[in-house]
Design a protein around this ligand. Structure first.
Ligand SMILES: *Cc1c(COP(=O)(O)O)cnc(C)c1O
Length: 404
């Protein structure tokens, strides 16, 4: 490159739909990142729950390089070995009988919703088209998925929204009972709301949704785009709850940083995505599938999954210690390595103010809505990095509190 890009190039050359932080990371290793000035950061953001094995994990780098020398892409006019191996691996590790591949979480959900509508249409008729989802939920940015998502600000101003979508209250079965019926085609839910503020579903709620779906011959769709692939300490969050969906979507950690998504389903439902009903040029891309296979096989092991709970406990302990000093948070919650700290009333709406100070202190974190500080680090983040990153976060919070 003949010039060194700067942050101001973002404002000059890119559509203004994001507001990135000022630093530009150029290199990563494990749970550490370095910027253009070679300043080092500890990464508690994990590319928004994507870099499940940290940056440049040797197993993923090796899988990528090995496949890069063989074959990158064919399209679905042909199948390929990595895609078939990934499908077999996911089916063998989960409730599913069949997999569909795409390149993102939004696409996986788009496929899930289209499959549910098509299945209901095929098996029951056109009247069975209602999709129930939840306020504050997030399912992606395609027009169907923002409409099913429970944050109207993401779908307003884009013209007529798709119909047949009803929103209930998360963790409130009565609000679902009021909407569900013979015309319900599917209920879509995140086992733990991510963007909506790191809110785990209660076991009774998910089991209640399963029962309502069974009673009304509707499909239960779990959006595990953020909770999947080890994030909660099991391969998928549904395994913690013992409640099995009919369709599950997965992306983010699935590729460990390579763009890939999948929809998993059963032999009861899959036939409705018959030849020609749906597709994606990149779906099952050989490079993406090879990396995802390596990620899944590395993560779904006692060594990786077994370490998630103790890391969760350490994060919680250190966050609560910070909180004893300042009372900045009302509640610390989450599962595994998806952790949220809700701001106290006096700090309402100010979670985002922590982020630039944290970066100045050398640690990257996230928010989940205006009131929740979120962390979604690597599942294999070393204890020393957790302690050092939390010390840096504490200094950032000291400064925020001093500023007021
Ligand atoms: C991130 C996310 C999505 C969207 O995934 P993209 O890859 O950004 O399309 C969908 N659902 C949930 C629960 C997510 O967290």
């Amino acid at each position: 490159m003949s010039y060194t890009p700067t942050r101001s190039d973002f404002d000059q050359y890119m559509v203004p739909n994001y507001a990135p932080q000022q630093v530009i990371p150029v290199r990563g290793e494990g749970s550490r990142l370095w910027d253009q000035q070679d300043r080092e950061y500890i990464d508690f953001a994990g590319g928004i729950a994507v870099n499940a094995l940290g940056h440049c994990h040797p197993v993923l780098v090796e899988a990528l390089k090995a496949q890069a020398d063989k074959l990158w892409h064919l399209s679905n006019v042909y199948t390929n070995e990595p895609a078939l191996a990934l499908a077999k691996s996911l089916v063998e590790r989960t409730f599913a009988d069949k997999a569909y591949f795409c390149s993102s979480g939004g696409e996986a959900n788009e496929a899930a919703l289209k499959l549910a509508r098509r299945w209901a249409h095929d098996t029951h008729g056109a009247h069975k088209d209602k999709i129930i989802s939840f306020r504050q939920s997030f399912h992606g940015r395609t027009f169907f998925t923002v409409s099913v998502g429970g944050q109207p600000k993401y779908s307003q101003g884009f013209g007529p929204v798709p119909g047949g979508i009803l929103h209930a209250e998360f963790n409130d079965l009565e609000s679902v009972r009021a909407l569900v019926g013979d015309d319900t085609c599917a209920i879509m839910v995140e086992p733990m709301q991510g963007e909506g503020g790191i809110v785990p579903a209660t076991p009774e709620f998910l089991q209640g949704l399963r029962d309502l779906c069974d009673a009304n011959d509707a499909l239960l769709i779990f959006d595990e785009v953020q909770t999947g692939v080890g994030r909660t300490g099991k391969l998928y969050a549904y395994m913690n709850y013992g409640v099995t969906p009919d369709i599950l979507t997965t992306a983010k950690s699935l590729g460990g940083g390579f763009p890939v998504g999948a929809m998993l389903t059963t032999d009861k439902v899959a036939p409705s995505l018959a030849i020609g009903t749906h597709g994606s040029t990149y779906g099952g891309n050989a490079l993406a599938s090879a990396v995802a296979l390596a990620a899944v096989e590395t993560i779904d092991t006692p060594e990786v999954l077994g370490g998630v709970e103790e890391r969760h406990a350490l994060f919680r302990e250190l966050l609560e210690a910070i909180n004893r000093k300042h009372g900045l948070f009302k509640e610390v919650r989450g599962m595994g390595l998806l952790i949220g700290a809700q701001m106290a009333d006096a700090w309402e709406g100010r979670a985002k103010d922590i982020l630039p100070l944290a970066i100045e202190e050398g640690v990257m974190a996230l928010i989940a809505g205006p009131n929740v500080l979120r962390m979604a680090p690597s599942l294999v983040i070393p204890e020393a990095d957790i302690r050092e990153g939390m010390a840096r976060l504490e200094r950032a919070i000291d400064r925020l509190v001093a500023q007021g």
